[in-house]
Design a protein around this ligand. Structure first.
Ligand code: SAM
Length: 281
């Protein structure tokens, strides 16, 4: 039984962290003509009106996308400026932030004629919402388990592959299942770029995920964590957002570090970013 609904959290600091990383990677991939398959294993609905009762209940976007959007005309990192401008394209009125787009939209807007996008969603209601979103190009919305779907897609028919794994982690076992799916993917597609999102929770389950992948023999794993509060200050609830990026395109780590250093003060007094290579080349 799936109870998580991303609409309660859309546009929060973790979404900003995740979608900036996704945007930086896809921007880099677009520099070459060769075709890309994008696979989003946990897609969600794709677009979230911020006025919806779910978003209004926790107002998480007011400490996430909103302050970044407010600062969009004075940001110094070019990638951050481009991200804000692209975010404007998701708005019915480009001057006003009323909607927050999810990963299917961020990937969909990067899709060229030669590329493919495969979106998995297992929640019937979320999948129905996703099916109502317009998506141009070779994009398929698949109702089913994302990690199993990912495995079935391999090998892909394009020279390049980019995967986003962004589960809700409602079950503790998901950390292990994600690590297994990443190992399987890299065994089938050694050069795949894989982005894995994980929550920073006081229980610290994410350490097992990182340890598992660090011991897997997979090289080239960059780790980025954006914490809204110091780890020890939280007894419950998510205090930060983590990303593992396997095989990040050259320079994306430095670009993102500069972007996250710029947005951290916008997201809260205690917000800070740290990054390091979990495994080098
Ligand atoms: N990736 C989305 C984004 O960035 O906008 C947010 C995804 S949300 C964190 C996780 C989603 O995964 C939820 O919509 C949930 O219904 C869905 N989900 C949960 N278990 C799943 C599974 N086994 N396979 C596919 N989707 C699943």
């Amino acid at each position: 039984m799936l109870s998580y609904q991303h609409a309660y959290h859309a546009g929060n600091f973790a979404d900003v962290h995740k979608h900036l990383a996704l945007f930086a990677v896809s921007r880099h991939l677009l520099r070459k003509k060769s075709a890309i398959t994008y696979i989003d294993t946990h897609a969600g609905r794709g677009l979230y009106p911020l006025s919806a009762s779910e978003s209004q209940r926790l107002q998480e976007h007011s400490h996430g996308v909103e302050p970044v959007w407010q600062a969009r005309r004075r940001v110094s990192q070019p990638l951050l400026g481009e991200w804000c401008q692209t975010l404007g394209d998701a708005q019915p009125d480009a001057a006003t932030l009323t909607h927050y787009p999810g990963s299917p939209w961020w990937l969909g807007q990067a899709l060229r004629e030669q590329d493919r996008l495969r979106l998995y969603e297992l929640h019937p209601g979320e999948h129905r919402h996703l099916s109502e979103q317009p998506l141009a190009g070779n994009a398929a919305r698949i109702f089913g388990d994302g990690l199993e779907g990912l495995k079935r897609q391999l090998p892909v028919p394009t020279p390049r592959l980019c995967v986003l794994i962004d589960p809700s982690f409602e079950r503790k076992e998901e950390y292990k299942e994600v690590a297994e799916a990443v190992r399987f993917t890299l065994a089938k597609a050694r050069h795949a770029i894989v982005l894995v999102w994980y929550p920073l929770l006081p229980a610290g389950h994410h350490h097992a995920l990182a340890d598992n992948l660090a011991a897997s023999g997979i090289r080239n794993i960059w780790r980025s964590e954006l914490a809204q509060r110091p780890a020890g200050s939280a007894t419950h609830g998510m205090y930060g957002s983590g990303m593992l990026v396997i095989n990040p395109p050259w320079g994306v780590d430095a670009t993102l570090s500069a972007v996250f250093a710029e947005i951290a003060p916008l997201l809260g007094e205690q917000c800070h970013h740290r990054a390091r290579w979990l495994v080098g080349e």
